[in-house]
Write a new protein. Sequence first.
Length: 245
Amino acid sequence: MSAPVLLVTGGSRGIGAAVARLAAQQGYDVALTYVRDGDAAERVAGEVRAHGRRALTIRADAGREEDVTRTFAEVDASLGALSVLVYNSAITGRNSRLDEAESATIRHVLEVNVLGAMLHAREAVRRMSTKHGGRGGSIVFLSSRAALYGSPGEYVWYAASKGAIDSLTAGLAREVGREGIRVNAVSPGPIDTDMQAPGRLERVVQINPMGRAGTPEEAAQAVLFLASAAASYVNGANISVSGGV
């Protein structure tokens, strides 16, 4: 019997790489996308293969529609029917107040974080939905606790983009729930990845009830739970992985 196929965007580092590694350990074949660092993506793919699973790396800009459609076509051709989409791609842009931000920064963040999520979800639904002849599946979005507290003085546009992900999760879960697709989200708080600006992690952990940052692996565990049969009645949920922030 063929293994289930999981696609994780932004899978060359951080939470995305942790998702790819854990998925392989749990028996998935894994496709992962990256933007720049092909060597890092191949290292993650090598770890996937070390667990006896197939791996596919795809260079793609998550916010470009032509790259999105090509990504899914390559997964179809190389790995087969998609079982799980994990939309992990996200950028923040340079930290600043909103009144100091450039429109190009805001637009780019929204293209990757929101438009990209919608385009990937659209392609996944077209393949998974029983309405379209699919066998069902699971979609997991990476949101952020920033959607709740807004990230003032840092990147309110990023926080707003994650608020959009929360709405997308709630709406799409209701839209396709009777078509064999579960849609959920994970909202990390401070996680120790290179996405953090220098010095930021040290500041924010001071207000964390657990007194530390989380690891990418801890976020990945929540993602893989939502993707799994253990979460068969979980739909429209948003799990906070934040240490209580």
